[in-house]
Ligand binder design. Structure first.
Ligand code: BGC
Length: 449
């Protein structure tokens, strides 16, 4: 393997999440928006980018950029809109779609839980109650049937720490709770739900690989000389990046954030309950101690003068290789990059961003990390949670009025590297990407649930 070659069998692909793209989903987030709780209180996900009706077309777009894998999520609120009542048509739709994706030569990567819940969930069986595990197991059993025989890469939970911080500590996303004790109970139950889902998947789905996607940040003390900033940085690495991974590898959930939250819980069946380590990597945060709760502040700083990304995050590819190598040393398992991407509203920075991150990923591979795949976030622009319709992470830009998808300049670069498995610099790739007009046309599915 040359220094700029990806390992044999390495998979490039793209990632999405149901609520952000499908459209017309009624769940806890649609309620949240209606209550005006997004940054812009007028933003609604609504029809989103209508992926539900353009699924086959979007699969073709993924193929066009050389994807060997496509990450989608199943929407619990579609599958079980009323507690205990399964919508058979929705289940069948997901199954048929994934079969078609597979037939198109793309490996399904399927997330069971990507931040959203049916509206009954927080009222009836919230995460801090043990009943949540029972409910999630039942949902996972249905998902396992959808995934039967597909040899999917399955992600039970996307970014549990983000859900926890936003939803249970800061209370800024659903369910909007700000209670450290409930947060710790919730995190334990999420870990148990992963174990329960794994049991269902192993029983029902046949061959599949199971893991989670963990948002991992590069952290740095804001004042390198300040002992408390340094202590916070160590705590953040350990608690934010690794506590949940550890719960699913050694079977104990340990959180120790003085003044914020702490817990020590055994997770029955948690030991060695993932087949791969999933990492979502975006940026680095600078941490500073402040003498009042929550005792820390974080900021994104443009240390290298590259310019923050449009969402205001540091463009810091160097942190990527460190985290990958660290994952390798700590857990010794295969690694999947389940998200990495940039909000680049003009679409000009993305090729260089990809090059920088892929270089760092190759550097980690040379240092021994067994990285199996890279999924770009996202295939196309979509609804960005609290930020609504501002950010544009897509390889394809979406006109939010007409819903037309147009390739950004990164598309042909992505395809070139994905198809050849050889990293070249963006300037070395000049072939223009076909415009959407010449893309394979696939009639949107007319199925409406
Ligand atoms: C989430 C995505 C989100 C992306 C960009 C990740 O944390 O999994 O849903 O769109 O970051 O903010």
């Amino acid at each position: 393997m040359g220094t700029n070659e990806f390992p044999r069998g390495f998979t490039f692909g793209v990632a999405t999440a149901a609520y952000q793209v499908e459209g017309h989903i009624e769940n806890d987030w649609s309620e949240w928006e209606r209550q005006g709780k997004c940054k812009d209180p007028n933003h609604r996900c609504g029809r989103s980018v209508d992926h539900w009706n353009r699924f086959d077309h979007d699969v073709q777009l993924a193929k066009e950029v050389g994807s060997g894998a496509f990450r989608i999520s199943l929407e619990w609120a579609r599958i079980e809109p009323v507690r205990g009542q399964v919508d058979a048509a929705a289940v069948d739709q997901y199954r048929q779609r994934l079969l078609r994706m597979k037939a198109a030569g793309i490996r399904p990567v399927v997330t069971l839980h990507h931040f959203t819940h049916p509206q009954w969930f927080h009222r009836e069986t919230p995460w801090h109650e043990p009943s949540s595990v029972v409910e999630f197991r039942r949902y996972a059993r249905i998902c396992a049937q959808i995934l039967r025989g597909l040899d999917a890469l399955v992600i039970t939970f996307n970014e549990p720490m983000v859900l926890l911080l936003g939803g249970y500590i800061q209370g800024v996303i659903p369910p909007g709770i700000a209670d450290g004790n409930k947060a710790m109970l919730a995190l334990g139950n999420i870990a148990r739900s992963h174990v329960a889902a794994r049991e269902e998947l192993l029983r029902e789905s046949g061959k599949c690989e199971i893991g989670i996607s963990q948002n991992m940040l590069a952290f740095r003390p804001d004042r390198w000389w300040h002992p408390l900033d340094r202590a916070l940085t160590r705590l953040a690495f350990d608690n934010y990046n690794h506590a949940f991974h550890r719960a699913l590898t050694d079977g104990e959930l340990r959180i120790q954030m003085p003044g914020l939250a702490s817990t020590r819980q055994r997770i029955e069946g948690g030991r060695d309950s993932v087949d791969f380590m999933g990492i979502n990597y975006y940026t680095r945060a600078h941490l500073r101690f402040v003498p009042k709760p929550p005792f820390l502040e974080f900021q994104y700083r443009d240390i290298h003068g590259r310019g923050l990304t449009d969402i205001g995050w540091e463009d810091y590819s160097e942190g990527f290789s460190h985290l990958l190598v660290e994952l390798h040393h700590k857990y010794g398992k295969p690694i999947w990059v389940t998200e990495n991407g940039i909000d680049d509203r003009q679409g000009q920075r993305r090729p260089q961003f990809l090059y920088n991150h892929w270089s760092q990923m190759l550097s980690a591979v040379r240092q021994g990390a067994d990285v199996r795949g890279y999924l770009y976030w996202s295939l196309m622009d979509n609804f960005e949670w609290l930020e609504g319709w501002g950010p544009r992470f897509g390889l394809y830009a979406v006109d939010f009025e007409t819903l037309e998808r147009r390739p950004t300049p990164a598309c042909h670069y992505f395809r070139r590297v994905a198809q050849s498995g050889v990293l070249v610099e963006p300037e070395q790739v000049s072939e223009p990407m076909k415009s959407e007009d010449s893309m394979p046309t696939v009639a949107p599915s007319t199925v409406a649930l």
